[in-house]
Design a protein around this ligand. Sequence first.
Ligand SMILES: *Cc1c(COP(=O)(O)O)cnc(C)c1O
Length: 402
Amino acid sequence: MNEFISREKRVCAANYDPVPIILSEAQGVWVKDTAGKRYLDMMSAYSAVSLGHGHPRILKTMMEQASKLAVISRAYYTPYLGAFIEKLVGLTGLDVALPMNTGAEAVETAIKASRRWGYRNRNIPANKAEIIVAAENFHGRTTTIIGFSSEEAYRDGFGPFDGGFRTVPFGNAEALEAAITPHTCAVLVEPIQGEAGIVVPPEGYLKQIREICNRHGILMILDEVQSGLGRTGRWFAFQHEGIKPDGLILGKALGGGVYPVSAFVATRDVMQVFNPGSHGSTFGGNPLAAAIGLESLRTIEDERLVERSAELGGYLADRLKSIRSNMIKDVRGKGLWIGVEVDPSGVSARQLCLDLAEEGILSKDTHETVLRFAPPLTISRDELDWGLERVERVFLRRTQAV
Ligand SMILES: *Cc1c(COP(=O)(O)O)cnc(C)c1O
């Protein structure tokens, strides 16, 4: 076995099962392994690298800010945080944001905000607040969050879980409304379920949730950690349905591919539940994070990456749909975020992933049957064609073999 792999296996916890290639360098949409082989990144670290690897604007900002002021804690004001948050809330159409680092922390922030808002606005008895969530969700890995996951692998042996969540099927607005009780404070869903296999709900689902939340006086919270910031061909997936949530969770691409930056963005009404001392994070909103976050948003805007995602995403979906293979059961997604579901009786998605790596394409299987294609939004049409040619080749070769 390769020395890097064996060392990692010896000293690192085995909570991942990586594809056996060893990546050591990257630039833009291209990644290189230690043997010098080149791969097209069609995974983008689950959207964290939506701007591509080592984007020159992000690197420049990062170097400059790191040498000026990087970490000081929120015990003081800085010139950097306000500029970042002002830009962020402006893009979302919401009012106020609370910066954190990882997606899971921003989800936790949304949960805290929703509960406290519920106690103060809905007269929910102490410690009885409930949040409605969707089955097959993915919101991160903290103990609270996995407590409402429906994936046994995420939960097994990590309880006790405190409750406070009600699970309904994803995409079914009637079931969601039926689950509302006098203790409900919020609904928390992904607009498109990423880790579940890029599952797109029926059209109008978000609009229906908006109406239900209005009717019952509860909060609509969307987790757009993966779907946000251009991935689906709009700045935010909720914009496809012309609605606005009360709270929005962002992360991944917000860090420009180099640093963890996340945020919970909300209306003033929701965010005012936080007072000094009620919540925080040592690194959240530090000057380096703020500078990188701001530059990421500006870059997405200046390079028209949202428009590019819509345009090239449609092209990517069309090309994948035109592959003549009875192995493919479904091609779905929005923007540059497409899942290809393969027939479980044939070659596994994991095996296809290995085949693709052999051809120089980085992809990732989810739930054994779905391959994800989510290249950096900076990808060019030529680069996409280069990748598609190889994806087609892999599918056709495997189809003929069976
Ligand atoms: C990745 C992800 C998270 C968790 O983000 P981390 O930075 O890994 O904590 C939360 N929600 C969604 C929808 C995600 O895709």
